[in-house]
Design a protein around this ligand. Sequence first.
Ligand code: PHE
Length: 337
Amino acid sequence: IQSETLEKIKHTNDMKELQQIRVAILGKKGSLTSVLRGMGKLSKEERPVVGEIANAVRETITAAIDDKNKKLEQVALEAQLEKEAIDVTLPGRPVQIGGPHLLTKIVEEIEDLFIGMGFEVREGPEVETDYYNFEALNLPKDHPARDMQDSFYITNELLLRTHTSPVQARTMRSLDGNQPVKMICPGKVYRRDTDDATHSHQFTQIEGLLVDKNVRMSDLKGILDNFAKKMFGNDREIRLRPSFFPFTEPSVEMDISCKVCGGKGCSVCKKTGWIEILGAGMVHPKVLEMAGYNPKEYTGFAFGMGPERIAMLKYGVDDIRQFYTNDIRFLKQYHNA
Ligand code: PHE
């Protein structure tokens, strides 16, 4: 039994198998156990001799099993440590870090420029009343710009605002007619357009409004010139062209000199060398009056620009849909811009 068992112990590499060997020899029905049990049947002379041998065999086998068990435990431990080992010299895995959206950056940049010129930042609702979106801006009920085709109406009286200009009226209304106003308002606006490279049914505007005593058109021009140079560089020039908006009189559109291709010939500069970037004008006396200001005492100017357009010009983005489709490869390019 001893030599056979020791041989088996020697060749096993498995703790379960070792346990089976222990049971087969030393268990209740084990072969050595039955030898020890059979002792009673032996003669007086045989008993001590057989007993001594059987006990010695049991001790030898028990020791061999314990010894092997320890060895197997050690092997298992080493295997586990090896498996769980951490190589601290390996380079780390890069974590994907987000960043502000290009549009957010442009809006914040424009906000900062105007805050630097003493403007405060205001906000207004995106779901707007017909009154503030149109009526208070001198767009009476039958005005063609109120066409259902241009606006997303929710009810007869509610719509998604088509521009940020209602915030002009809201801001003046909140100030009971005898305080100067100097604010800008960034926000989302909505129009029923078919989306393409230059049109989006939802886009961003930044409105500006300055109302005080003795505000003149030259003040508007000075502020806009300062803005254009800070935004696009000191070598840029602006020009104002006559235009029409129901809520400003006179109304203008502002162009900025195009530097992308030396002024002429490319798709951005077209043939003229100028690019339109915003609409503006002197606040219409009727708009001041409806908001509670006396137009004989107060005058003001207002402007409205599209940050997408400005970002497109500044960074050469050729499709407005890029701002909204969230292609990480596009957005990432501007994280450090
Ligand atoms: N609200 C006008 C638009 O959306 C822009 C504008 C704002 C024009 C303020 C003049 C004054 O086109």
